[in-house]
Design a protein around this ligand. Structure first.
Ligand SMILES: Nc1nc2c(ncn2[C@@H]2O[C@H](COP(=O)(O)O)[C@@H](O)[C@H]2O)c(=O)[nH]1
Ligand SMILES: [Mn+2]
Length: 313
C-alpha cells in the first residue's frame, strides 16, 4: 500500500493507514512526538491506536536520545511461535480437555506458581546465566529486589488481559512445510543505522521486519494470526505492525457487545466465552486482513494461522 505523511509535523511521520482514520487522541500523540527536536522520524503502523503515555503501533527513531515513556510499562512484551510436526488429525476430539490441560499447567491472570520454575526441567532451555540473572536481581533498587519471590513465581505464567496461548492450524503461505521457531519482541529499543545516521529505534507495538526477518502478527481470539517475513523497508525503519490493533477501548467493547456476540465471533474456537473476556472480543480489534493489506510493502506472508484453542488470562 505504501505510506502517506501526517500533515504539520517537523520530523516526518509516515503512516501506513488512512491518516484520517487515526483516532484524534493518537494523532495528537504522534504530532507531539514528531515535534521533538531529537526525533529523526516516526513510522506509524496500520494497527496504530492511542496508548496511555505512548502510541501503540509507533516506531520512533531518535538521535542520541531514548525515551522510556515511549516504550511504556509493557517493555519486553512479545510473542513466540513454534511450528510442530503435528497435524489436525493428531488433535483429540475433545479440545476442551486440551484447553484445561494448558490452563492447569500454566497459571493465568494474577495466578502465580506454587513453586518457581526449575530451569533444569525445561527441555532445551539454556541454563547459562540463570544463577547470575538472579544474583543481579538482588542488586536492583530495593523496591524491586524485594519482589524477587513474586518474580520467581510469576515466571512461566501467562498474565492477564490480552495475553494468550493458542493452538493453531496453518494454511497457505510461501513456506508451507518448513520448520520455524520464532521469538518476536514488539516493545523495545534498538540501536540501528538509517541513511548513515545512528539512531535509537523504539518499537512500541511494532515488530522488526528487516529483510528476511521472521515475525508474528496476531489478529484476535477469533480471527487467527500471520507468520511473516520482513521486506527490509527503510521508510518504516524496517518494521511492521504487531497485531491488528484495538478498534475500541476495553470499556467501549463491554458496552458494545454481549457474551452472545462473543460466542458468535469465536465460533469454532475452544476458548472462554464469558463476560470476563468480553473486552477481548474480535470486534474490539481492527480487521487483520485489512491491516495486512495496508503493510504489503513491509512484510510477506509466510503462513496464515487459525486458532482452534485460545487460552486467555
Ligand atoms: N491470535 C490472537 N491475537 C490476539 C489475541 N488477543 C489480542 N491479539 C492481538 O495481539 C495484538 C497485540 O496486543 P498488545 O496488547 O500486545 O498490543 C493485538 O493488537 C491483537 O491484534 C488473541 O487472543 N489471539
Ligand atoms: Mn504486547
Amino acid at each position: 500500500m505504501g505510506f502517506s505523511l501526517l500533515a504539520g509535523t517537523r520530523a516526518p511521520v509516515r503512516v501506513w493507514t488512512d491518516p484520517y482514520a487515526i483516532e484524534p487522541q493518537a494523532a495528537r500523540q504522534l504530532r507531539n512526538i514528531g515535534a521533538l527536536p531529537w526525533v529523526q522520524g516516526v513510522a506509524v503502523m496500520p494497527d496504530v491506536h492511542f496508548g496511555k503515555g505512548a502510541t501503540v503501533g509507533s516506531v520512533i527513531a531518535m538521535r542520541q536520545a531514548v525515551s522510556p515513556a515511549a516504550v511504556g510499562v509493557d517493555i519486553g512484551c512479545g510473542m513466540s511461535a513454534v511450528r510442530t510436526s503435528l497435524t489436525a488429525a493428531d488433535l483429540p476430539d475433545d479440545l476442551a480437555g486440551l484447553r484445561r490441560a494448558v490452563e492447569d499447567a500454566i497459571p493465568v491472570g494474577f495466578a502465580q506458581r506454587d513453586e518457581p520454575v526449575d530451569p533444569r526441567r525445561v527441555r532445551g532451555l539454556d541454563q547459562r546465566g540463570w544463577g547470575d540473572f538472579w544474583r543481579r536481581f538482588a542488586d536492583l533498587d530495593r523496591r524491586v529486589a524485594q519482589l524477587e519471590t513474586r518474580a520467581r513465581r510469576q515466571l512461566g505464567t501467562l498474565g492477564g488481559g490480552n495475553h494468550f496461548i493458542e493452538v493453531c492450524l496453518e494454511s497457505g503461505g510461501v513456506d508451507a512445510g518448513r520448520v520455524w521457531l520464532i521469538s518476536c519482541h514488539h516493545n523495545y529499543v534498538a540501536e540501528e543505522i538509517y541513511e548513515g545516521v545512528d539512531v535509537l529505534v523504539t518499537r512500541k507495538g511494532a515488530i522488526r521486519a528487516g529483510l528476511g526477518d521472521l515475525g508474528i502478527i496476531p489478529g484476535s481470539m477469533g480471527t487467527g494470526s500471520y507468520i511473516v517475513r520482513g521486506s527490509g523497508n527503510d521508510w518504516s525503519y524496517r518494521s511492521a505492525s504487531h497485531g491488528a490493533g484495538r478498534r475500541m477501548s476495553r470499556a467501549q467493547a463491554k458496552r458494545t457487545y454481549s457474551t452472545a456476540d462473543l460466542a458468535a465471533q469465536t465460533s469454532g474456537v475452544e476458548c472462554r466465552k464469558d463476560a470476563g473476556v468480553l473486552d477481548e472480543i474480535p470486534g474490539a480489534y481492527k480487521d487483520i486482513t485489512e491491516v495486512m493489506a495496508q503493510q504489503d510493502d513491509l512484510v510477506e506472508v509466510v503462513a496464515h494461522l487459525k486458532q482452534v484453542i485460545c487460552v486467555k488470562g
